[in-house]
Design a protein around this ligand. Sequence first.
Ligand code: NAD
Ligand code: SSN
Length: 489
Amino acid sequence: MVLFLCPESIDLRDNTLLRYVTFGTDGDERTPEAKETFSVINPATENVICRLPDLNEDATLDAVQAVVKASRVVGSDLSPQDRSDILLAWKALMIENIEDLAKIITSENGKPLTEARAEVHYAANFLGWFAGEALRIEGSVPRPSDRANRVVVIRQPVGPVAVITPWNFPAAMITRKVGAAFAAGCGSVVKPAAETPLTAIAIAELARRAGVPNGALQIITTLKNTVQVGKVLTQHPDICKMSFTGSSSVGKLLATQCTSTMKRVSLELGGNAPFIVFDDADIETATKALIASKFRHSGQTCVCTNRAYVQSGIYDRLLQAVTNEVERFSLGNGMYSSTTHGPLISPAAVKKNEHFVRDAVNKGAKVSVGGRAATSLGSSFFEPTVLANVSPDALCAKEEIFGPILPLIRFDTEDQVIQLANDTKSGLAGYIATGDLARGWRLAEILNVGMVGVNAGSISDVASPFGGVKESGQGREGSVLGIDEYLEA
Ligand SMILES: NC(=O)c1ccc[n+]([C@@H]2O[C@H](COP(=O)([O-])OP(=O)(O)OC[C@H]3O[C@@H](n4cnc5c(N)ncnc54)[C@H](O)[C@@H]3O)[C@@H](O)[C@H]2O)c1
Ligand SMILES: O=CCCC(=O)O
């Protein structure tokens, strides 16, 4: 089944990338069918890109059955070398099709093409990384207390995996999980976000072309049946592991559902990253890092700076520098090469950002640049915004903004800022800009987060363990640790 029966098509070199199939237990290809369908919307134009089947519990149960069988093929019939080779072929196919994949991402997610291309590279690199890890699944032979015995520890695939992913990184959040699962010897059923299912479909088609056995990667598209599908994926006794990326509230719910069958869980959840700029920071380095960290994907990244704490001595200069940078941004449809920042995912996200600005201004903040919905562009656009003199009590300092608002909060002492930065239930990322290396190291350990950037705003890398503490989640993805999430000793 080739999609695009719709008013707005994406101009692809290879339309068959969007061949959406599921698989039966014999690996037979099936056209996913459902009584109802849902629309995939381009947030920049508000046009319907296409309509997809809204699959239900029964379709999910079929997918689970098929993945259980296919997981045995992946874990037993394929050698680690086979899995590694397939992952490398899959990575190569992603790079070969980078322009098409980037257009699909930009169409359904809104991020500018340059960011979409960067995401395809990032996503493909996880496949390359785990191709290496597949070859290095090692056990151990510890000496037990009884001198006559030996203990042999082997590491085996955990079993079939359920994967539930968000819309903000529709490619990388899938490959970071499914690549690790496949390397370990597990098949996956993926439920992508209803906003961005086409990227998932294209990635699955490339997986098939690369040699991932039929049924070992199933995609379930749904909007209305999300809760019911989620229940099957989190409660089915044959699913051994659930890996989720998304909001902390949904993560807690799904983790609770998983306890009924004691599934292993990995949870990559929301953040509230502090970015601390000390007086001794190099102003150019701090500005560059802060802008990169805050405005990646217009602030819709879990590791984006949520609140910037700026020491009094550098405050005015930094405010001016970041305002100048933001004034240079070009907001628009991500398909245009001149666009530096695209729309938010939905009109609801714009309303939320308006609320954050209103609340901050009511509590004393001043809008230095932006601050409003960009309605002339469409209903999902919000102006990249810098807010000065923000109160530490403003909502935007307490809740995840997930939008292009940079709140600057003034502070005086290191002790004061540590207290402010750690006063949150989240603990995903944190950033420090300082010229004092000792202080950089000290704070990197004191900040209660999973990842810290020192004089750096881009911290995401396949080699570094990605994950949070507190209500930002459990487990680590990517890096040498990522595959452990899919192995049992
Ligand atoms: N820590 C990380 O690595 C990371 C990465 C990306 C995004 N995030 C977080 O994700 C959030 C934004 O993404 P979002 O709006 O898509 O999050 P979300 O929690 O609303 O949705 C995430 C996924 O869960 C699904 N879902 C929602 N309710 C469900 C249910 N009851 N049963 C089954 N599935 C359900 C959604 O359809 C989607 O596929 C932000 O909080 C962001 O910080 C975290
Ligand atoms: O949104 C969070 C995931 C993006 C990343 O891996 O850097």
